[in-house]
Design a binder for this molecule. Structure first.
Ligand SMILES: *Cc1c(COP(=O)(O)O)cnc(C)c1O
Length: 392
């Protein structure tokens, strides 16, 4: 059975919880997306930009010194950090911008928390010559000044959001409000496998190239499939991108690493799958962090990209059916993971990715000798140098 179902559900998760006026738009979007998937000229154009502009295929790199350090694990890194703009997000924004063009939309909107999705969107919009506006909470605007500057340089307009906690979830509400008003000419780019159907499905399909390449590359190098896949989970797009092609490979175990922030026992974390409850956020039903009276909590992680109180519905489903296991890593553990990769391999990963790296130490102590693992190296760490410096 291929999921999501017709209504956009992965088991009990997903769906379309949006104002009535958007239902027809989502339906049209799904139709255009399904058409584009089958259209050779769309696929050719997307492949062209992914290869010539963004830098695909990315390498599957055998991390020899890291593997020796961990002893039991043979570690391969899927190098999404080598893509243009430094992370996997460009896979999705390039594809959605091409869809926008196909739908004859002239205006792109997005919301962003850390600014990474905003930058990836502004980049793709500039490339296609489309007008771009990005919603961002004022709290995030001051925390992420460098990314705000990047977006502006790329020609995007950054709209500051002053409502609520002035962070990502408030920016999401504003973006949806804008979309409702301007659907005739506006395309809304969502940055992870979240949001109302068809977004979780669409973004998964656009990121699934990570796992398709990794599976092929691993088979070529090792003539078997990996024992484990490991990726960090914010909204869940790099993890789902890696996992999806391996869904039917039952012997390959999947592990998603959430942010435990200051600890799972504290209130300051972003471990939505481990600590959340089922509810509706951002137009779909999934796990989320909320208070007893149903208010969305402010998530916390040292990694701005993991700092999201929701998670894509397909991950909630994978957890429910036991296809993937989810774990959490604290801010402090992530910092030590970052240093480990920097000093064994000469690669400074993004703080998000550092969560996945840090978990390898735990996995190595449980794994039998000669186990193999593919880690999604979702992004590079240059953007985090300020944070890394402070926490020294
Ligand atoms: C945004 C981001 C993430 C988290 O987003 P997902 O949708 O969970 O992949 C992880 N790593 C990097 C480098 C990011 O920029």
């Amino acid at each position: 059975m291929s999921l999501p179902d017709k209504k956009g559900y992965f088991g009990e998760f997903g769906g379309q919880y949006v104002p009535e006026t958007l239902m027809a738009v989502l339906e049209e979007l799904e139709k255009v997306f399904r058409g584009a998937r089958k259209d050779k000229s769309f696929q050719r154009e997307l492949t062209y930009y992914l290869c010539e502009y963004a830098g695909r295929p990315t390498s599957l790199y055998y991390a020899k010194r890291l593997s020796e350090h961990l002893k039991t694990l043979k570690v391969y890194l899927k190098r999404e950090d080598l893509l243009h703009t430094g992370a996997h997000k460009i896979n999705n924004t390039l594809a959605q911008v091409l869809l926008a063009k196909r739908m004859k939309k002239t205006r792109i909107i997005a919301e962003t928390g850390a600014g990474q999705h905003g930058v990836a969107t502004a980049t793709a919009a500039a490339l296609m010559g489309l007008h771009c506006e990005v919603y961002m909470g004022t709290e995030d605007i001051s925390r992420q000044a460098l990314n705000v500057q990047r977006m502006k340089l790329l020609g995007a307009k950054v709209n500051s959001v002053t409502s609520g906690s002035r962070t990502l979830k408030d920016a999401m509400n504003e973006a949806i409000r804008d979309w409702v008003t301007n659907v005739h000419n506006t395309f809304y780019i969502i940055g992870s496998v979240a949001g109302p159907h068809p977004y979780p499905f669409m973004v998964r399909e656009f990121q699934a190239i990570i796992g398709r390449e990794a599976r092929r590359q691993f088979l070529r190098k090792e003539t078997c499939l990996p024992d484990y896949l490991v990726a960090c989970v914010g909204g869940g797009s790099n993890a789902m991108g890696l996992f999806h092609a391996f869904f039917n490979d039952k012997r390959t175990k999947m592990i998603g690493v959430e942010a435990a922030g200051l600890g799972l026992a504290s209130t300051r974390h972003a471990a939505t799958l481990l600590k959340g409850e089922i509810g509706v956020l951002h137009g779909s039903k999934s796990n989320l962090l909320e208070t007893k009276d149903g208010q969305i909590k402010v998530a916390h992680s040292i990694a701005a990209g993991l700092d999201y109180p929701g998670v894509g519905p397909e991950h909630a489903y994978y957890q429910k059916i036991g296809r993937a296991r989810y774990v959490a890593v604290t801010d402090q553990e992530a910092m030590s993971g970052l240093k480990l990769l920097a000093q064994t391999e000469g690669i400074i990963p993004a703080l998000e990715t550092a969560h996945a790296i840090s978990f390898l130490k735990r996995l190595a102590s449980q794994a039998t000798r000669n186990s193999s693992v593919v880690v999604c190296l979702s992004g590079r760490g240059d953007k985090d140098m300020g944070t890394i410096h402070e926490s020294h």
